[in-house]
Design a protein around this ligand. Sequence first.
Ligand code: UDP
Length: 424
Amino acid sequence: MLPKNRGKVALVSVHGDPAIDIGKEEAGGQNVYVREVGEALARQGWQVDMFTRRSDESQAEIVDHSPNCRTIRLTAGPQEFVPRQKIFDYLPEFVTAFFDFQHQHQTIYPLIHTNYWLSAWVGMEIKKLQTVRHLHTYHSLGAVKYRSIKTIPLIAKTRLRVEKQCLETADTIIATSPQEQKHMQTLVSQQGNITVIPCGTNIDCFGSIDCDNGRAKLGINPDDKVVMYAGRFDQRKGIETLVRAVAKDEVKRHKNLKLMIVGGFTPGESDGLEKERIANIVHELDIEDITTFVGRVQHEDLAAYYAAADICVVPSHYEPFGLVAIEAMASRTPVVASKVGGLKFSVADEVTGLLVPPQDEAAFAQAIDSILANPQWHKQLGTNARERVEAKFSWDGVANQLDQQYLSELNKLYEELGLFNPAV
Ligand code: UDP
């Protein structure tokens, strides 16, 4: 039996609010990760508070998700959406608000698990003033990301400095794949205490509905061949590669072909502009009649979309982990993905889908065609995909590993302080 009270942990996710709707601008994998990890750890007996920045006046300051798991919104900077490149200046205010919160609630968090480089800075500042164990998950590494984009933002220098400092000073870094660990060691610093604990997915939700029922629910014809994308509209996601691949003859030749692009966007914002750019390419390629922009879908409702699709494509230029791949795999849908980052770890090439070079539309077309053309192989890939996710990527499995990590961090903290750890 698990102890009732493992202790307190603060998950810090300054720009990825775990309580908001997923799938629109800047809300994606990190929000899902923090929320799911938080809830799973609370089930293990941890008291989990997830700290984020309040980005709208109307937002509640505290949101209770489940017993022992809540989101706490601190005020740092304007109470409005601020793109992540512009949040750094408000971080000192965030740190002050965190200490104020501890003071007001007469509490101290002995474990701080930060997410993304902005929160890493917050964690390092807290550690300067309080005895704490600092764990960090990067979600994305500037050193890798900047190699795959054309325009480097002004904040890049600061980000690279913070990422290096965090790797060298945090008590534990959690890499979500061996590939991410290797990137840290080769591109950021050789110092650092890194452990690999993957991201997970909700295997009860994804996989709960089969293809026929998914299609019936969404009004998709049983004879259609459905290729899908799910995620944010961001150039690094490579949606352009997918639409260009679908327009190639070897894919277009499949009867009743449909391309379903799922993900939210706001007109005029950067994701809205990317959506518009993609829509223009779809128009130029003359595949408007087979393409649907579905818009944002509630996270749980995505289960029907993945199940209804024949193939889920993850064409990212760079992907630290890529939750969409394992969500599709949990839904028994083969994945065609770029051979980059965490996708090389989650997608087993020729076993659960196919890995192809990023930005290579011809290779994507060939991969999509080969799976669509072979229904028996398609079915086998889907079965293998589900098995792989059950074995390696369930949230509860991931939370078990984090639970053990947190317990060992707490032990070290108590040891440092010469105290007995009541949680063990
Ligand atoms: N997502 C969603 N609704 C949408 C589009 C995406 O809930 O309309 C979710 C998707 O299920 C996944 C997350 O957004 O959990 C995207 O995570 P991923 O790691 O694939 O990409 P990131 O956004 O972190 O770059």
